[in-house]
Design a protein around this ligand. Structure first.
Ligand code: CMP
Length: 143
């Protein structure tokens, strides 16, 4: 079953949107496989956003993601990577369609509420950065 990494960013946690966001993915039919409220260290932020290292906004990005607790999650389901990105909306909330998470709640490209893996490769990498195997549920083992 396909898995993805989703993270409610510090602005989403502060604005008490965690429940709303979890509810959207649950209602869609995806399964929550792992989740935790945590602080992101500068080291983890640097690894997570490694592909943006040369961008002018990199330091700003690291400063923001380490500024307060995030809610890190792993979700599974058919086409969860691409569908969850559609549900999130485009990166810049000003351009995000109403009905999407960023379109409904986001304010700026920095405070855009949620991060989601953009490919199967980044999903594997990001899940591995934030979660150990023991923290993830295997629903196929339930009777
Ligand atoms: P995210 O999906 O977490 O992946 C990279 C992040 O970089 C993106 O969401 C935005 O929050 C952030 N980002 C992109 N462009 C800018 C920018 N111009 N200034 C600040 N942050 C940005």
């Amino acid at each position: 079953m396909e898995k993805t990494f989703l993270m409610v960013k510090p602005d989403g946690v502060q604005r008490q949107l965690v429940g709303e966001i979890i509810s959207r993915f649950e209602r869609k039919g995806f399964q929550l496989v792992g989740g935790k409220l945590m602080n992101v260290s500068s080291e983890l932020a640097g690894e997570h956003y490694a592909e943006h290292k040369e961008r002018p906004f990199f330091n700003d990005l690291v400063e923001f993601i380490t500024s307060g607790p995030v809610f890190a999650m792993v979700w599974q389901g058919e086409n969860v990577i691409s569908t969850s990105r559609k549900m999130m909306g485009v990166t810049n909330p000003k351009e995000a369609t109403p009905g999407t998470i960023r379109g409904d709640f986001g304010l700026t490209v920095r405070k855009n509420i949620i991060h989601g893996s953009d490919s199967p490769e980044s999903a594997v990498r990001e899940i591995g950065l934030f979660f150990s195997e023991q923290e993830l549920q295997d629903y196929s083992k339930l009777i």
